[in-house]
Ligand binder design. Structure first.
Ligand code: SDX
Length: 427
């Protein structure tokens, strides 16, 4: 017997089907609600609203579970490589050897960026925030592939997926090199994805650059941990833009902009700046815990809390352990790691955080590793975007393949009711 939910309104009873997902999650299908009752639902921030069914990523916020296409994040972070995970998210299965080699080979051969993109890039001031530059450059990419808009020649979307996966890291390193006043490095096809990124970031023409395998491995893990996270703010943005049948580059560019916000991907930069401020203030953890609890302080414990996780973010657990390993292997002693640990310990004993189920999220420890890898703070959210790219692509593709209708939420109007125009002389 199919489950239903009833609404009693205006003296009438309305019954709606309840949909159950593969993990037992349940939703009321209200697609006929307005037509039958004249009612819509109101849910600012969509805290209780499902925008779609999806087969890509499963989160269980109460139990701190995260799986990509059924594979646990713990397994993937430990055993997979980022491009294999990207293939899994985008195409639904872990690639066999041939599929993997074709995917990786295509990405390797598309890491070069059209030289005319440099003219756009060169127009940015040296201190332009990399997230603004990246969103602009990715949007500009659609100008270089006119076949994207020629329906008769609708090129295989896989080519554009490969181009985005291949070129995003290259563009990211342009931002860093310019900020350092260093020459831009070209990609090296003999290097793997993470090593190529590190080489483009840190190699200098005056000496050989050798990729530290510890650093490459840590980067691989961080990118996997950021690869998808179901219907978060930036992914929902990518899906909404894609639902109007805008092209993939424009949709991803919008996702980069949404990720930039300090409440979302921008939090990893905010966390480090917060930890640095606490360190500069003598490491007074209690003062900042008290500020975070004080509504009048406008201070939030960045990297803490999550819309879905009401338990430890499983990614934070993995990153926290990786931070210990990487800093030890690199011989880095970063005092803000101790401050982070102190904050976490104090918060998890404090009823304000416990009662609100506020735990460290993915952003709380990630910046400490990025910093140990030599990546500057203003590039942290760019690193999040590079990791999240396959997830955005997978979600955009799922929406397009399912032919979903254009996203167009309703509203409840609360402004002026009808009124007569008043000529200016009478105002
Ligand atoms: C990401 O959605 C995703 O999946 C995102 C992400 C992904 O992979 O895509 O996981 C990546 O964005 C992680 C989150 C990074 N953001 C931060 O670390 C910023 C700090 N955290 C928050 O601002 C907040 O926790 C959010 C934005 C993450 C979640 O906000 P919600 O779900 O809207 O919760 P809320 O703001 O309504 O908070 C509930 C209560 C409030 O107190 P009361 O009104 O009940 O008294 O908890 C308090 C908030 O004031 N609260 C915090 C807090 N986070 C929430 N108080 C102090 N410090 C915090 N960090």
């Amino acid at each position: 017997m199919a489950e239903t939910a009833k609404i009693i309104f205006d003296g009438q009873e309305f019954e709606y089907p309840v949909f159950t997902g593969s993990e037992g999650e349940k939703a009321i299908d209200i697609s006929k609600l307005r037509g039958q009752t004249g009612l819509i639902t109101l849910d600012p921030g969509y805290k209780n609203t499902g925008a779609t069914k999806s087969a890509i990523t499963f989160l269980d916020g109460e139990n701190g579970i995260l799986r990509y296409r059924g594979y646990s994040i713990e397994d993937l972070a430990e055993k997979a490589d980022f491009l294999g995970v990207a293939y899994l998210l985008i195409y639904g299965e872990l690639p066999n050897k041939e599929q993997y080699d074709n995917f990786v080979g295509g990405i390797t051969r598309h890491t070069l960026v059209n030289e005319d993109m440099r003219k756009i890039f060169d127009g940015f001031p040296v201190n332009a925030h990399p997230m603004g530059v990246m969103s602009s450059l990715v949007s500009a990419m659609c100008g270089f592939y006119p076949e994207l808009f020629d329906k008769s020649k609708e090129e295989n979307i896989d080519h554009h997926i490969v181009r985005l996966m291949a070129k995003l890291p290259t563009l990211a390193t342009w931002c860093y090199k310019k900020s350092q006043g260093h020459p831009i490095n070209y990609p090296q096809n003999k290097l793997d994805y993470c090593s190529n990124f590190l080489h483009m970031m840190f190699a200098l023409p005056v000496e050989d650059y050798h990729v530290d395998p510890v650093v490459a491995s840590a980067l691989n893990k961080l990118l996997i941990l950021h690869a998808d996270h179901e219907q978060n703010c930036s992914t929902s943005t990518v899906r909404l833009v894609g639902s109007s049948q805008a092209n993939l580059y424009s949709s991803i560019s919008a996702g980069i902009s949404a990720l930039w916000g300090p409440l979302h991907g921008g939090a990893n930069q905010e966390v480090i700046e917060m930890l640095e401020a606490i360190k500069a203030d003598g490491g007074n953890v209690k003062k900042y815990i008290d500020m975070a609890k004080d509504k009048n302080s406008n201070f939030r414990l960045m990297g803490f809390g999550h819309r879905v996780y009401k338990n430890f973010d499983p990614r934070a657990r993995i990153i926290k352990k990786a931070a210990d390993d990487v800093l030890e292997k690199l011989g880095v002693n970063d005092p803000i790691l101790d401050i982070a640990r102190g904050l976490e310990e104090a918060a998890l004993k404090d009823d304000y955080f416990v009662s609100r189920k506020l735990y460290p999220n993915v952003d709380f420890y990630s910046g400490i590793i990025y910093r140990a890898l030599g990546i500057p703070v203003n590039m942290f959210t760019v690193m999040f975007a590079i990791g999240r790219l396959p997830g955005w692509i997978a979600q955009w593709l799922e929406l397009r393949n399912e032919g979903q209708a254009i996203g167009r939420p309703r509203q409840i109007y609360t402004g002026h009711t009808a009124r007569e125009f008043v000529p200016i002389e009478n105002r």
